[in-house]
Every structure is written in structure tokens, then in C-alpha cells.
Write a new protein. Sequence first.
Length: 150
Amino acid sequence: TWFDFNQLIAEVVEDLQRTTQKHTLFEDMQQTGQVYADRERVSQVLVNLITNAIKYSPHTKEIIISTRKENEEVLVGVQDFGIGISKEKQERVFEQFYRVSGVKQHTFPGLGLGLYISSEIIKREGGRIWVNSAEGEGSTFYFALPVQKN
Ligand code: ATP
Ligand code: MG
């Protein structure tokens, strides 16, 4: 169904801000308008990316959620300034059950499913998902969705 894209993001950000006092979620939103997609599933992707940003930035505060509209696509970025991911591991983080080794399960619990599920959802919605990151500096996860799937 059609839904207001920035409205969805604002709702998710508000909900997740309540789960952490250590982090501040900033919004850098451009007017994106209505998008035709599965609202619940897109919401799940946002939750996965933002909870990762929180989990993997234990010593920094800022997380920036941005939206852009380019041609017939909306773009979302979730940026953190946390532990980051090395180049060779970035290619694997969307695999089922993949977790970066050396990342201690005790410190960062998880199953390695959030990004796999997210990429499956985004593919099904006709979009793309990717990451830009530098180890020790932080990560930005992006996804792009067509305003309306053809
Ligand atoms: P869960 O199934 O609970 O989401 P998870 O967070 O370990 O567990 P994914 O969300 O799929 O699994 O992420 C896979 C791996 O990618 C993580 O274990 C982590 O090593 C790395 N990763 C994901 N997001 C980030 C991030 N924002 N910063 C640094 N590493 C990340
Ligand atoms: Mg996760």
C-alpha cells in the first residue's frame, strides 16, 4: 500500500530513541512523499539497521538517519560512528548467520540474521541495500526503494 515514507521513519526513530539513553538519533530528512511498498516490512528493515547502529557503537552517541529522493527512488542512510566493518567483511554481512569474528558474542549478542532478513525484504520490494564502512570509524547502511515497484 501507499504510505508516507518520512512519517514511517519518524515513527520508528521515535520508538527506538526510547530504547537508549546513550545514543541520540538525529533525523536529516528530505521530502520523500508517498511510497508503494509493504510498510510493516520496510519498518522491520529500519528497526534492524538502527538497532545495529546502536549495538555496534558502544562508545559514541550520534546516529544519523537520512532520507533522500532521487528520480523515482527513495534512499535511506543509517550512519553510526562505532566499531565499523573492514572492507573484506562488508561483502559478507548480508549473509545468513554471518557475524564478524572477533566481535565478542558476550559484548554484542545476536544471531547474524538481521541484515540477511533486511536484504531479503528489500530485494522483494524491488530495492537495493548496501554498506559503506571503515573499521574503527563507523558505518553507514543504505537502502533504496522504488517509489512504486513496476
Ligand atoms: P541479529 O540477528 O540480532 O541482527 P547481528 O546484529 O549479529 O544479530 P546482523 O544484523 O545480520 O546480525 O549483522 C551481521 C554482522 O554485521 C554483525 O554481527 C556485525 O558483526 C556486523 N554489523 C552489522 N551492523 C553493523 C554496524 N552498524 N557496525 C558494525 N558492524 C555491524
Ligand atoms: Mg542485527
